[in-house]
Design a protein around this ligand. Structure first.
Ligand code: SF4
Length: 348
């Protein structure tokens, strides 16, 4: 390759020298079109990503309730943590409320996928409300596990994040004091009991697999007879999305995670990508992309949390195509075929 000094280039521009059959006018036009040409960007899309079986079921429950009972159908809390989904259901006649006392006596109400404390269905029954529970069956499995341990006289350690609706729902399955929340490795180090043979642990379904393993290691070391869940509580969807994100993040400069700021599993995907050495940003949709943060990025990853619909992934890819020459590749680490039945009161 021959590099020309600035002065040589300048001379050629002003004298109109013919080079490779092109006049300098043509060369200038080619240079301009080269400048307008989009930069190329390799985009790795992780799979599995987006909707899990529990989210899919919860949305179907609200949609089917609207079809069966007519609008309005009340929904206690965001049915899943995604604004796009919530707004779509609102347009169809769903009304989202924080608590049951906002639900009139003659309207059906749906409980969100994250699960609810026992006091919620109890109150609904007391008021004779027609309610449909959209709690994910994998969250319900954790609830039943907690009840079983409690009935056997165990104190339960719940590994999870304070304030998350799933944790509030899980703790609310048992009387106050029956469970201790363990959020960090330090909490696991500090926990004390005078009955180390009578403790069991359960976990939130959407945690970081790696962080949780660190916490469990500490608990197992300190309390070797602690009772673990019969089957892993972190759900298949959380595990698979973290694994798929790891598979792309090592090859990416930056990973965009599509999901809501209050979505636990989406936030964990950002952490997973960052631990693999990539920059990572959580975005709700394409309009949230900070283009300046992508300057200099040659390989970009995309994944989506379990409550983010595929249409938002397509929207982000389309926005990238507006600016870049996108070379798209999907990296699939696993296929999923999980589905859950709708409650019988909606199907009969
Ligand atoms: S993330 Fe897991 S536990 Fe939560 S709704 Fe989806 S499948 Fe169920």
């Amino acid at each position: 390759m021959v590099f020309l000094s600035h002065s040589v280039v300048y001379k050629r521009l002003v004298t109109g020298i013919v080079e490779n059959g092109c006049t300098l006018d043509k060369i200038a036009i080619q240079d301009e079109s080269r400048m307008n040409k989009k930069e190329s960007l390799k985009v790795l899309v992780a799979g599995p990503r987006g909707f899990c079986a529990g989210v899919d079921r919860a949305i179907q429950i609200v949609e089917t309730a609207l079809d069966k009972f007519g609008a309005p159908v009340y929904v206690r809390h965001e049915i899943v943590h995604n604004r796009y989904v919530v707004e779509g259901l609102q347009q169809r006649g769903a009304i989202f409320v924080d608590e049951l006392d906002e639900v009139p006596g003659d309207a059906p109400v749906v409980f969100s996928a994250h699960g609810v404390p026992k006091s919620v269905p109890n109150e609904a029954k007391r008021r004779n409300l027609m309610f449909v529970d959209a709690t994910c069956p994998l969250v319900s499995k954790v609830h039943r596990e907690a009840e079983r341990h409690f009935a056997a006289g165990y104190h339960i350690l719940l590994i999870g994040h304070a304030g998350h609706p799933e944790v509030i729902g899980s703790m609310g399955q048992l009387p106050n004091g029956a469970m201790t929340l363990i959020e960090t490795v330090d909490d696991a180090k500090d926990f004390e009991t005078n009955r180390p043979d009578k403790i069991a642990y359960i976990t939130q379904t959407t945690l970081s697999v790696d962080d949780t393993a660190d916490i469990i290691d500490v608990l197992m070391r300190r309390f070797p007879s602690i009772t673990p869940p019969r089957k892993e509580d972190i759900c298949y969807a959380t595990t698979n999305r973290q694994e798929a994100t790891k598979a792309i993040a090592g090859q990416c400069d930056h990973v965009l995670v599509i999901g809501a700021p209050n979505s636990s599993n989406s936030r964990r995907l950002v952490e997973v990508a960052q631990r693999c050495g990539a920059q990572s940003t959580l975005i709700q949709r394409a309009t949230d992309i900070d283009w300046s943060a992508l300057a200099g990025v040659s390989t970009l990853g995309i994944t989506a949390g379990a409550s983010a619909p595929e249409i938002l992934v397509k929207e982000v890819v389309e926005a990238l195509r507006q600016r870049y020459e996108v070379l798209l590749e999907e990296v699939i680490t696993r296929t999923e075929d999980v589905s859950f039945k709708l409650p019988s009161m909606l199907t009969e």
